[in-house]
Write a protein that binds this ligand. Structure first.
Ligand SMILES: Cc1ncc(C[n+]2csc(CCOP(=O)(O)OP(=O)(O)O)c2C)c(N)n1
Ligand SMILES: CC(=O)[C@@H](O)[C@H](O)COP(=O)(O)O
Ligand SMILES: [Mg+2]
Length: 638
């Protein structure tokens, strides 16, 4: 528990309590809130650095605006912990990111103070404009305020929204939280531009203040504006990019100076008639030394010791799939200079940082820009290189039209390395990689693979590297592999060929990807009940091994497919084929085990699979049910 004294925070039951506080009390409250957030996350783990950077901003926003009537929309939502503490969730924060607990992101179902859910980035300005438009159409809604980071503002959606908002001219606030960090150091021309705005104008002096605001802002700030305008703009009208898009621009503001924040927000709130962008400069990890000095600014941390900052690390039993991919990619890159890699702001998360270190000229971090990443990869493939486009399953959803239109339709050999497939744990439903099988298996000419263990992943990287006929993807889960021996060199697999892992005679389990582990456990349990089980690893979801399926159907009393993906993926393909080829008419029971038709909420991955009805016990029960139907002698649940 947090034992530090928090007299001001203890007086806060909700944001209304901030209204009566003086500026200096609000500044002191921010310090208490900071230590509270450090204390909470030290016990739960989570996204700490981003939350610490917006402590003063959170206090100031709640002091000036009136949530939940005013809509405060946190982009991504990974910086929302101080907001949650101030909005009635303090007592439950010890359950952060745990099963049944407080979400690590904003969630409409959790609180009226979370008007719009997130987890993926760059949606806040669009959502805020939606609220502002609803208000102008007569809905009982107050101001809409989007808080978006310098990393998240690199995505196309943010510009689509600003383009629309600038044209619409509605009263709307965008707070650009510029901490010069994404998860990794930010990249791109926009990031460079923001750095110029930041570095060439002294903090504490606002530049480019629209006429309307000038009269309510202090003299020195007004003075700085003119000079800064000349220094950093370069647009024909002398405005910032944001002004050219139709926003009033205020900034840069020192996001840790409570007086300045309050003054600027109050002025903006009093005077704005159209869209306003407030450029707020902050420090990721602010006020907690281990975070400020860490290379990743404590973006995402496990539980840690508050005094030393030392994080608890669970002992690894096997290398992670990510690290196996990263190493295998490096090996392929060393062999073939045409191998290149693309990441959308996640070099470490995807494991391409290894190749980035060895072959920096062949790794491209495009920033948070998944759509661009996919089409950029398509261009790289069309241009003769061998691109590996490494994107988490959940974020690849952003690039779906690009996958269809730019990659699949043109049959371009882009290799998709899809990490975080399946249920991912504490990040919950927003980050679950459950749809990729469904959305890729329907695309003509696409090859879709899933490794049953980390050695298989190495083979699949080699297979993808050697495959030039069209698009190819492999999807693998977050976390550790199975602890199997890794081959010296990945083998090129025959496209569309599965393998039998364990031979039996009564029941056939046909698993895809990491569902192999639970299928093997289920097989053991069934064997203990006297049922002889074959376990086959499909390896390929598309094209899948029809000969193998036909063999399993002809030699066994029932077939169960198992995959860690939503309905409409591998099992659906198998079922279609069985129906079309007439196999289903022969009366052999078939079951498809997929994730259920609902979102699964945060818990440990193992618990999420239990919730999803996909544990080894569930597989065994489903198998017994299928066999019961076949023979009438197994009366199990299912
Ligand atoms: C569409 C999408 N791509 C990638 C991510 C992963 N991601 C989460 S936070 C983050 C960095 C965001 O940087 P910024 O907006 O500057 O916020 P900061 O972490 O600096 O507070 C990234 C890349 C995501 N959540 N959504
Ligand atoms: C907020 C966000 O989207 C990322 O920080 C994400 O939580 C990273 O997930 P991993 O921990 O699986 O890399
Ligand atoms: Mg940032």
């Amino acid at each position: 528990m947090n034992t530090a004294a928090t007299p001001l925070l203890d007086r806060v039951a909700g944001p209304a309590d901030l209204k009566a506080m003086s500026n200096s009390e609000l500044a002191a409250l921010a310090q208490e809130l900071r230590q509270e957030v450090v204390s909470i996350v030290s016990q739960t783990g989570g996204h700490l650095g981003s939350s610490l950077g917006v402590i003063e901003l959170t206090v100031a926003l709640h002091a000036v605006f009136t949530a939940p009537f005013d809509k405060l929309i946190w982009d991504v939502g990974h910086q929302c912990y101080p907001h949650k503490v101030l909005t009635g969730r303090r007592a439950r924060m010890h359950t952060l990111r745990q099963e049944g607990g407080v979400s690590g992101f904003c969630k409409r179902a959790e609180s009226d103070y979370d008007p719009f859910g997130a987890g993926h980035s760059s949606t806040s300005i669009s959502a805020a404009l939606g609220f502002a438009t609803a208000r102008d159409l007569g809905q009982p809604t107050g101001d809409a305020i989007a808080v978006i980071g310098d990393g998240s503002i690199s995505a196309g959606m943010a510009y689509e929204a600003m383009n629309n908002a600038g044209h619409a001219g509605r009263r709307l606030f965008v707070i650009l939280n510029d901490n010069e960090m994404s998860i990794a150091p930010p990249v791109g021309a926009m990031s460079r531009y923001l750095s110029r705005l930041y570095s060439e104008t002294p903090l504490g002096r606002l530049k480019d203040i629209a006429e309307d605001f000038e009269s309510v802002l202090p003299g020195p700030i007004r003075e700085g504006a003119r000079r800064a305008r000349q220094l950093v703009t370069g647009f024909p009208g002398g405005g910032t990019l944001f002004e050219e898009l139709g926003f009033d621009y205020i900034g840069p503001v020192n996001g840790h100076d409570m007086n300045q924040l309050l003054q600027v927000l109050r002025a903006a709130r009093a005077r704005a008639s159209g869209p306003v962008l407030i450029h707020c400069c902050t420090v990721k990890g602010k006020g907690y030394r281990p975070a400020e000095t860490a290379a990743d600014k404590y973006h995402g941390v496990g539980k840690f010791d508050v005094v030393s900052g030392t994080q608890q690390k669970a002992k690894a039993n096997a290398p992670s799939y990510t690290s196996v991919f990263g190493a295998a990619l490096c090996e392929e890159a060393a062999r073939d200079p045409r191998v290149v890699a693309i990441t959308a702001a996640m070099p470490a998360g995807t494991g391409v940082d290894l190749m980035q270190k060895r072959f920096p000229a062949r790794v491209f971090d495009v920033g948070i820009a998944e759509q661009h990443a996919v089409t950029f990869a398509a261009g790289l493939a069309a241009g003769g290189t061998k691109p590996f486009c490494a994107i988490y399953s959940t974020f690849l959803q952003r690039g779906y039209d690009q996958i269809v239109h730019d990659v699949a339709l043109q049959k371009l050999p882009v290799r998709f390395a899809i990490d975080r497939a399946g249920l991912v744990g504490a990040d919950g439903a927003t980050h679950a990689g459950t749809f990729d099988l469904s959305y890729l298996c329907n695309l003509p000419d696409f090859v879709v693979m899933a490794p049953g263990d980390e050695a298989e992943l190495k083979h699949m990287v080699a297979t993808a590297a050697g495959y030039d006929e069209g698009p190819i993807a492999f999807r693998y889960p977050r976390g550790e592999g199975m602890g199997v021996d890794l081959p010296e060199r990945g083998q090129v697999l025959e496209i569309g060929k599965g393998r039998v892992v364990r031979e039996g005679s009564t029941l056939a389990l046909l698993s895809l990807g990491d569902a192999l582990a639970s299928s093997l456990v289920a097989a053991e349990a069934l064997e203990a009940r006297g049922i002889s089980v074959t376990v086959a690893d499909a390896r390929f979801a598309r094209p899948f091994d029809t000969n193998l399926v036909a063999r399993l159907m002809s030699n066994h009393a029932a077939l169960v497919t198992v995959e860690h993906g939503s309905e409409g993926g591998f099992g659906a393909k198998v079922l279609h084929w069985l129906a079309r080829s007439g196999w289903l008419d022969r009366g052999i029971p078939v079951r498809t085990m997929t994730l259920p038709d609902r979102f699964i909420h945060q818990a440990s991955p193992a618990r999420m699979y239990v919730d999803a009805g996909m544990s080894a016990d569930d597989i065994a029960a489903t198998a017994l049910n299928a066999l019961g139907v076949a023979s009438g002698k197994f009366g199990a649940r299912g």
